[in-house]
Design a binder for this molecule. Structure first.
Ligand code: PGA
Length: 249
């Protein structure tokens, strides 16, 4: 059985001192032995966040990184820098990165390969726009995103990857996908991974749903066969996140 993984995506919120305070508040609420819990925080907050989660099982993730080792890339953060601090996960290709910072399936693929090279688990984001859903091309679009993201990824690496299915129309809108819609696409993603890597990898890989997940929607979403947890934005900044982590209690 796949262990659930529930990750917060803080986006561009919280200063380092606010991060420390929020983690101190959330830490006692995020105790569920059935779930891997990750806080993906702004890069500048990572040292404070790592110090604040000490003594708990909460892992710290980054929200982005660059795909080069080092060099003249002003403002970027390398995988070695994250690794050196003790960062275990990194969100790759979030739709906001694609929309505002020109990320493409190709840069996503380069970042995924680099993350694995440095022993950091990528949380690989995919998801369709409202137009794509209405045109009936959701699965075609997501299969393309997945196939390019995984180019050159070995089966051993793929097994450890996390995929976050986040329909763009559900992100930050309060318009959560129904569990049927979310399960249908997450099942489709697993089928795509099976075509690429076979049954063992498809059964091992963890697929999250993201997009307006709340304490009330989490239990039904996470009970779906192909949904192995969630990537949570807005609700990860509130005590509600503790309820989401304890969705099965
Ligand atoms: P949301 O964000 O939960 O606020 O919709 C999810 C995400 O962007 O990862």
């Amino acid at each position: 059985m796949r262990k659930k993984i529930i990750a917060g995506n803080w986006k561009m919120n919280k200063t380092p001192s606010e991060a420390k305070a929020l983690i101190e508040e959330l830490k006692p609420l995020c105790n569920n032995k059935d779930v891997d819990v990750v806080f993906c925080v702004p890069a500048i907050d990572i040292p404070a966040a790592l110090a604040a989660v000490k003594g708990s099982k909460i892992a710290i993730g980054a929200e982005n990184m660059y795909f080069e080792e080092s060099g003249a890339f002003t403002g970027e953060i390398s995988p070695a820098m994250l690794n050196d601090l003790g960062v275990k996960y990194v969100i790759i290709g979030h739709s906001e990165r694609r929309q505002y910072f020109a990320e493409t399936d190709e840069t996503v693929n380069k970042k995924v390969l680099k993350a694995f090279e440095h022993g950091i688990t990528p949380i690989i984001c995919c998801g369709e726009s409202l137009t794509q859903r209405e045109q009936g091309v959701t699965m075609d679009f997501i299969r393309m995103q997945i196939k390019i993201a995984f180019l050159g990824v070995t089966p051993e690496q793929a097994k450890k990857a996390v995929i976050a299915y986040e329909p763009i129309w559900a992100i930050g809108t309060g318009k959560v996908a129904t569990s049927e819609q979310a399960e249908e696409v997450c099942g489709g993603i697993r089928a795509c991974i099976k075509e690429l890597y076979g049954t063992a990898v498809a059964n091992a890989i963890r697929i999250q749903y993201g997009g307006s997940v709340s304490a009330s929607s989490a239990p039904e979403l996470f009970a779906q066969k192909n949904i192995d947890g969630g990537l949570v934005g807005g609700a990860s900044l509130k005590p509600d996140f503790g309820k989401i982590v304890n969705y099965n209690k």
